[in-house]
Design a protein around this ligand. Structure first.
Ligand SMILES: NC(=O)c1ccc[n+]([C@@H]2O[C@H](COP(=O)([O-])OP(=O)(O)OC[C@H]3O[C@@H](n4cnc5c(N)ncnc54)[C@H](O)[C@@H]3O)[C@@H](O)[C@H]2O)c1
Ligand SMILES: O=C(O)[C@H]1O[C@H](OP(=O)(O)OP(=O)(O)OC[C@H]2O[C@@H](n3ccc(=O)[nH]c3=O)[C@H](O)[C@@H]2O)[C@H](O)[C@@H](O)[C@@H]1O
Length: 344
């Protein structure tokens, strides 16, 4: 049983974990690890699938409703004997036999999660309940991709896992940040009440190849704008900060968390902190020094600062990010050039 280490409290589970599904011990039993990735057709999910598929002992099942994800992200695996893709909405129950669940399904870009906020809450709450129900039935270990948005507009900087956050419960971002907070609560209640083996990652802003070109998040916006020769739209005041983690580092952190002994929550992110104006200047210099930087209106409740305290990830997972922003941006630029058809 994993150590329970929420916010430093010693919250022990009250029950032993359920046994794995009896089907795992049937005559059809294989020594393979069968892994479900919800949201596996999305940006982080598809990179995670690539990494999991490298291990020949893994069978990977992706369940995705393709709201923001795409089959294109998984095309190299379609037809592979160790891979299955299911069109499925996690707000409905799913019956599969698996050993591990990486539960990523949820729109992540603010423009998409605000598009249908009720659906975003259902995805976070009912979707997580369904995945926990599945984990309980088959005795699987489950990892939730939570978010730095659980800290809201943080009054503590950088943010350690012990910080309880400063979240507006009725704002336009609440469907996402409060949704993820409830999802974390459900994870811990299933852990304490039913002995489910849980892992919670609090992911900080992640970027890299395969992000939707018109995803709406800042790194993809700036790169696409620079390549199209459009002005870079910095939302006011431009002094707000974010800390950007390259996707390969993120995937490494998620797998270490799943394979380790600690429930989390654990921050996974890159502590390198930049203002949005600094980011715009960096992208401009890298891709197109002639483009303009245009100040535009911001959206409500935009967090003013964000930077992970990753002491726990270092100590408990032996993890820290390797790819600096200056190294990751050109890799993303190359992918965007290819997809937009803009030669160097
Ligand atoms: N990328 C980041 O910076 C970041 C930061 C914090 C947390 N996260 C979390 O990581 C996860 C993945 O984020 P991402 O950046 O890859 O986003 P993404 O939008 O690219 O991927 C999300 C995937 O979930 C799928 N999905 C959405 N609703 C679903 C539903 N109801 N049923 C089934 N599938 C559904 C989408 O189609 C998509 O494939 C999300 O849970 C997100 O909250 C991401
Ligand atoms: O890492 C996290 O925990 C969360 O971070 C992001 O939310 P946010 O930081 O608001 O992401 P962006 O939309 O990329 O915005 C980052 C900053 O860039 C600014 N921005 C955005 C877009 C743009 O064109 N210009 C611009 O200046 C925003 O005002 C904001 O201050 C993600 O979208 C969430 O999925 C994720 O859970």
């Amino acid at each position: 049983m994993a150590n329970s280490s929420s916010n430093g409290d010693n919250q022990t589970s009250t029950k032993p974990p359920p046994l794995p599904s009896p089907l795992r011990f049937s005559k059809f039993f294989q020594s393979n690890m069968r892994i479900l990735v919800t949201g596996g057709a999305g940006f982080i999910g598809s990179h995670l699938v690539d990494r999991l598929m490298e291990n020949e002992k893994n069978e990977v099942i992706v369940a995705d409703n393709f709201f923001t994800g795409s089959k294109d992200n998984l095309k190299k695996w379609i037809g592979h004997p160790r891979f299955e893709l299911i069109r499925h909405d996690v707000t409905e129950t799913l019956l599969v036999e698996v050993d591990q669940i990486y539960h990523l399904a949820c729109p992540a870009s603010p423009i998409f999660y605000k598009y249908n906020p009720v659906k975003t809450i259902k995805t976070n709450v009912i979707g997580t309940l369904n995945m926990l129900g599945l984990a309980k039935r088959v005795g699987a270990r489950i990892l939730l991709t939570s978010t730095s948005e659980v800290y809201g507009d943080p009054l503590v900087h950088p943010q350690p896992e012990t910080y309880w956050g400063n979240v507006n419960p009725i704002g336009v971002r609440s469907c996402y940040d409060e949704g993820k907070r409830v999802a974390e609560t459900l994870m811990f209640d299933y852990h304490r009440q039913h002995g489910i083996e849980i892992r919670i990652a609090r992911i900080f802003n992640t970027y890299g190849p395969r992000m939707n070109i018109d995803d709406g998040r800042v790194v993809s916006n700036f790169i696409a704008q620079a390549l199209r020769g459009e002005s870079l739209t910095v939302q006011k005041p431009g002094t707000q900060t974010r800390s950007f983690c390259y996707v390969s580092d993120m995937v490494d952190g998620l797998i270490r968390l799943m394979e380790g002994d600690n429930t989390g929550p654990i921050n996974i992110g890159n502590p390198g902190e930049f203002t949005m104006l600094e980011l715009a200047e960096t992208v401009k210099e890298l891709i197109s020094p002639d483009v303009e930087i245009k100040m535009v209106e911001n959206t409500p409740d935009d967090p003013r600062q964000r930077k992970p305290d990753i002491t726990k990830a270092k100590e408990l997972l032996g993890w820290e990010p390797k790819v600096k922003l200056q190294q990751g941006l050109p890799l993303m630029e190359a992918d965007f050039r290819l997809r937009l058809g803009v030669a160097k």
